[in-house]
Ligand binder design. Structure first.
Ligand SMILES: NC(=O)c1ccc[n+]([C@@H]2O[C@H](COP(=O)([O-])OP(=O)(O)OC[C@H]3O[C@@H](n4cnc5c(N)ncnc54)[C@H](O)[C@@H]3O)[C@@H](O)[C@H]2O)c1
Ligand SMILES: O=C(O)C[C@H](O)C(=O)O
Length: 313
């Protein structure tokens, strides 16, 4: 008999609860939503509300809310969204010390009960937080992954589709590097219906889209006023979760541990990855032009600085 997957989402705030609901809508597995003991009742309430939507949408999954890690036992996938979100005027790196402590303690609890899980990290600054989760878990590198590139690429695709008045489905591309202002949208590898983007838009328009993508998170933070984006981040987590849980072997940008790839060592950074049942099945190295490599180096340096603060090195 086919066994249902179990997915735990740690942090039941905006991104955590939206992710839990999207996972349930897609029937990817039973969902456990966990937050701190002080928020146990609201977490239970959110989960029950989602469960009561399942008959309407026709999704046969179970969803519970909890503050107890025992309920997360034997999860196949654990998504970590716990931590502070930034407010207008802050950078993601301003969250590093607070969120490193949260991500470290959450990971230690998670791995006690789910030693074979794959960890998918969202908490910011996410490249450094994925490093913290990796060290705290002791898991092999393929089972610790961070989310940034799917979201950053989604923003890029949205802006290109709007500019050209074409379907978002026909725009492809990928954004590598740090999830911050130094991210690297690879214009040269971006296509619209198979046509290179550079043949469809003048350089100044592409530059404007690249800049808007880099600042995409901040644009939403400024509009919301008291928190950060959650619909597109949740959708991005769910796309990665689906690739892993269904062993789809999708080639997506993901934050992966590098041991020599792209010339970096002992670093988590957004790179093209094949995502499947083992988590990161492999990293796909691509040729970069000197200016692209220089931009990726800057990205890597920015992650190294955040890691130094996160782990106190
Ligand atoms: N990587 C990305 O692309 C991306 C995208 C969106 C948000 N984020 C980050 O994700 C994090 C969550 O964002 P959000 O909008 O959901 O914030 P939020 O404030 O709505 O939710 C965070 C939740 O974490 C919980 N939490 C805090 N400490 C905890 C602990 N020790 N154990 C369990 N739960 C704990 C809080 O109680 C809260 O409910 C932030 O750090 C944000 O910057 C990253
Ligand atoms: O911008 C943020 O702080 C949240 C997230 O990283 C995003 O890109 O939306």
């Amino acid at each position: 008999m086919l066994k249902r997957k179990k997915i735990s989402v740690i942090g039941a705030g905006f991104t955590g609860s939206t992710t839990a609901f999207m996972l349930a809508l897609k029937e990817l597995g039973d969902v456990v939503l966990l937050d701190i003991p002080q928020l146990e009742n609201p977490t239970k309430g959110k989960a029950l509300d989602m469960l009561e939507a399942t008959p309407v949408v026709g999704s046969d999954v179970h969803i519970i809310g909890t503050s107890s890690y025992e309920d997360t036992a034997n999860s196949d996938l654990v998504i970590i969204t716990a931590g502070m979100a930034r407010k207008p005027g802050m950078s993601r790196d301003d969250l590093v010390t607070t969120n490193a402590n949260i991500v470290r303690s959450v990971t230690e609890q998670v791995v006690k009960f789910s030693p074979n899980a794959i960890l998918l990290v969202l908490s910011n600054p996410v490249d450094a937080m994925t490093y913290v989760a990796y060290k705290a878990s002791g898991f092999p590198k393929n089972r610790v992954i961070g989310q940034a590139g799917v979201l950053d690429t989604a923003r890029f695709r949205t802006f290109v589709a709007e500019e050209l008045s074409v379907s978002v489905e026909d725009v492809s591309g990928f954004v590598l590097g740090v999830h911050g202002d130094d991210m690297v949208p690879l214009v040269r590898y971006s296509y619209v219906g198979g046509i290179p983007l550079e043949k469809l838009l003048p350089k100044d328009r592409i530059d404007a889209i690249v800049e808007r993508t880099r600042k995409g998170g901040g644009e939403i933070v400024n509009l919301l006023g008291n928190g950060s984006a959650y619909y597109a981040p949740a959708a991005s987590l769910v796309q990665m979760a689906e690739a892993i849980l269904k062993d789809k072997r999708r080639l997506l940008p993901a934050i992966a541990y590098l041991e020599g790839e792209f010339g970096y060592n002992d670093l988590f950074l957004g790179v093209p990855c094949v995502l499947g049942g083992n988590g990161i099945e492999r990293i796909v190295e691509i040729d970069l032009l000197p200016d692209e490599k220089e931009a990726l180096d800057k990205s890597a340096e920015s992650v190294r600085n955040a890691i130094r603060v996160a782990v106190g090195k």
